[in-house]
Write a protein of this length. Structure first.
Length: 224
């Protein structure tokens, strides 16, 4: 496992503003949190409270106006785009509600591509990852050939391609039925025994139940 720092992820005093004409939205107003190795944390909160913005900043897909983010002991915020992309590819797994796979590539090639981007020897072969999520028999399928539940598990396999320190997921089970949601959650949980940190944005009680800790957001702040 590539985790070397005490915390899998931490951030301090994150601020993010959006301006549209005269209107200013304070999407994040001083957010600090940390996730230990092997810990699963859920983020809940009403729509518009800043959950997705927070995840984007933690993933280095967006830059906070203020504050610091480190992943596996390495600072990802306020770095060049290139550097952020490298850290993201090696240290983070990102799982969204949809769009986790490139449409024109097979499932196996999606994993190969993610591993090539990290530019180092992968800990697990593509077929091993596919086996882990129960999709080895679908290795040659593309996204449009997979069911909703298969897509969610495929997205997870891609997110885990580079044995990340942290898995960040934005409502990963939002469109799944209860039984499929349970399967995906069990797969997620299974990773934490390897020391991976997991941060999940969710509305689902099933997800908050499996979390070690639930963080609630309101108006760009953590409230509990
Ligand atoms: P959540 O994921 O909790 O629903 P978001 O992080 O998506 O909340 O949004 C937080 C606030 O920031 C909302 O008021 C939203 O309208 C605003 N916001 C998010 N992204 C943008 C953007 N790209 N441009 C302008 N406003 C945005
Ligand atoms: Mg959101």
């Amino acid at each position: 496992m590539a985790v070397t720092a005490e915390n899998a992820l931490w951030c301090r005093d994150l601020y993010r503003f959006f301006r549209a004409g005269d209107e200013e939205t304070l999407a994040l107003r001083g957010v600090s949190l940390e996730i230990s190795r092997g810990e699963t944390v859920a983020i809940a909160g009403p729509s518009g409270s800043g959950k997705s913005t927070l995840l984007s900043c933690l993933a280095g897909l967006d830059e906070p106006a203020g504050g610091v983010v480190t992943v596996g002991g390495e600072q990802i915020s306020h770095r060049t785009e290139r550097r952020r992309a490298r850290i993201r590819s090696r240290r983070l797994g990102i799982l969204l509600q949809s769009g986790n796979l490139l449409a024109h590539l097979s499932l196996r090639d999606n994993i190969r591509l993610a591993q090539a981007a990290a530019r180092r020897r992968a800990a697990q072969a593509p077929d091993e990852l596919l086996e882990h999520v129960g999709l080895l028999h679908r290795a040659r399928a593309t996204a449009s050939e997979l069911s909703g539940g298969e897509l969610a598990r495929a997205g997870l396999a891609v997110a885990l391609s580079n044995d990340p320190d942290v898995l960040l997921a934005d409502e990963p089970t939002g469109e799944l039925d209860g039984a499929t949601e349970q399967i995906v959650l069990e797969l997620l949980r299974a990773r934490t025994v390897f020391g991976q940190g997991v941060l999940l944005v969710t509305h689902s009680p099933a997800v908050t139940r499996i979390a070690d800790r639930v963080i609630r957001m309101h108006d760009g702040r953590i409230v509990a």
